[in-house]
Structures are given as structure tokens and as C-alpha cells.
Design a protein around this ligand. Sequence first.
Ligand code: GRF
Length: 202
Amino acid sequence: MADTLPRVAVFVSGGGSNLQSLIDAVKAGILTAEIALVISSTKKAFGLQRAEKAGIPGRTMRPGRDESPEEYEARMLALLDEHKIDYIALAGYLKLLPLGVVRKYRHRITNIHPALLPKFGGQGMYGHHVHEAVLAAGEKESGPTVHLVDEIYDHGRILEQIRVPVKPDDTPDSLAARVLEKEHRLYPRVLQKLIKGEYDLD
Ligand code: GRF
């Protein structure tokens, strides 16, 4: 029966708490998919340890010193093929995906961003930079966004968001924690709806 589940590759670069929320959601039956592969942009990512603990194959992928962009793209596509990946979930992944991967998996790649896109997105807007910018702008609300991935950073169609208040005494850390808690709730549910074809994507 497990063979018939959609196979998801989760891409990480860091702690992987969103990866963990997806793993936990599969166990809880909230996400009817198999997390079949974890790809990290760095071998230091704690997300790889989470994968190992859950019995999920983990791989580090980054361009080799003498590798052309085309070769790197082909290597990534081959790895995804080898693991029969149907969907890609970016979860704190800090690199751009090769174009050929974005094209092959169109409408099947999601990303989670810790602010209410289209505000506070784009290159350089990651981690604490996002929350610092939200506070500097005097926003009253923030919250995670899950969106489809296209060729442009943080640009693809927004699938869902959760709004949380920004409090007057917030620091980037306190705001990040409030948003992250909602990320863990949002991401598995959006992925499940995408897999079930509940978004009209045409
Ligand atoms: C999250 O805030 C996510 O929105 C952003 O990167 C962070 C990753 O956290 N894209 P984690 O590695 O899932 O703990």
C-alpha cells in the first residue's frame, strides 16, 4: 500500500523543524504521503539527522567544483528520479533550484516563507532578516506563507497563509517563534491539499 503514496522530497539547509512537522504529520495521518528523500544544501544541516532518525534517505547536494550548472541540474534530476519523487517541499532551503527541476515539477514544488508574501520576500529575505524587516516596517501582522515555486524567488502562486499579530515588544526572535509555530501547522495541511488536488491550478 505504501508504494501507492505520493513520494515527497524535502529540501533543507538548516534545523529542519518544518521537515519534522511533515514527518510527524505523516505519522499522524494528516499527510498521506511518503517523505521519501531529504536533500540538504549542506552536510551540517540538522535536518539530515532528523531524516536519519526517521529512516529517510538523506543526501547532500551542491554543485561540485568542476561541475557545470547543466551537470548539476542533471545530477539532481537523476537523484529525484532514482527515488521516484512526485513532489518537492522546500523547507528552509537556501539555494535556488536548477531551472530544469522547477520546470519538471511545475505545480508540484512548494516553499514555506516566514512572512506574508508578497511582502518581505525575495533574495536576501530569509531567517532573521525577514522578521527584522517586518518589525522595522512597523507591521501589525505577520505569518507564514506556503506558495508554489516558479522561476523567481518567493514569487510563485500563494496557496495559503496564517496571520499572527506583531506585538509592540516583539524582537525578531519572539516574532520568529510565533510564526514558526504556525508554519508547523500550515505546511503539512497545504501539502496534503495540493496532493489531493484541492487547489485550482489552471
Ligand atoms: C522557516 O522559518 C521557513 O519559513 C524558512 O526557513 C525557516 C526554516 O526553519 N523558509 P526550519 O529549518 O524548518 O526549522
